[in-house]
Design a protein around this ligand. Sequence first.
Ligand code: BJW
Length: 242
Amino acid sequence: MTTISSTIANHIKPTDSIVILTGAGISKESGLDTFRCADGIWAKVDLEDVATPQGFARDPNLVHRFYNDRRRGLADPAIQPNAAHAALAELERRWKGELLLVTQNIDDLHERAGSKTLIHMHGELRKVFCVHCRTVETWDGDLSVHDVCPTCARKGGMRPDVVWFGEMPYQMDRIYRALGACDLFVSIGTSGNVYPAAGFVAEARGAGAHTVELNLEPSLGASHFAEAVNGPATEVVPAFVA
Ligand code: BJW
């Protein structure tokens, strides 16, 4: 079994740098849908309609409804961080070297579990921004085309603070710097379909890092990883961290 202890014994030092990438699979057992599983989000809606700037320009009401529903879903008291989120927060607390958690997820389950050094590279469901003045606001209710920007007072420019296809993911400079300097790269619950995140394993490996995949099944990029453990995140992540 691949664990952080066996990785320290064989590949890294306890003060080395770790980058962890997470995707929708880590939040699945908290009750949030993945995108590309058989019952996933892209089986129910067309991603061109709801996750592209062109879709938003065509029908902003449809896009607002899609994200309003997901924002309400995330606020449901039944949706809580699971044992995998908790294990990563625990690893960060006790790790003596640098540890950067990069999530593609727009939910807030990592921060609710206690993770601190965290980048939401695809944005955050509980935030919106104004296309006119670029101010980002925390937004817990529904959003509509009628909303007025609290900062510049213009109407119709508020949109979810999420990264759609064709848009630049957030904090890429910081992420690539960390990948170039890391000793261990761990990918959890992501299918490896979406770039640039799908290319992080090659980047880390090129920089000499040991690479581990923890996923329900082998991802598209599985052959790039030095080691893999397949199984549900709530089992394989706590076991890896223990
Ligand atoms: C479990 C489990 C359990 C289930 N336990 N596991 C080549 C290079 C660069 C870019 C491109 C390129 N080729 C094409 C592109 C463009 C495009 C792209 O990647 N297209 C592909 C479809 C080919 N990328 C972009 O447009 C990105 N921007 C960009 O590239 O800018 C230019 C740039 C270039 C170079 C450097 C820097 C910048 C933007 C991508 C934006 C993605 N946005 C979305 C939606 C918005 C947020 C939202 O609404 O939530 O983000 S799409 C969607 O996919 C979402 C996710 O974050 C993302 C990834 O999905 P994820 O997390 O992998 O989920 P799934 O469902 O695919 O997989 C779940 C996995 O979990 C599965 O493997 C399951 O088996 C597993 N699992 N249950 C453990 N219990």
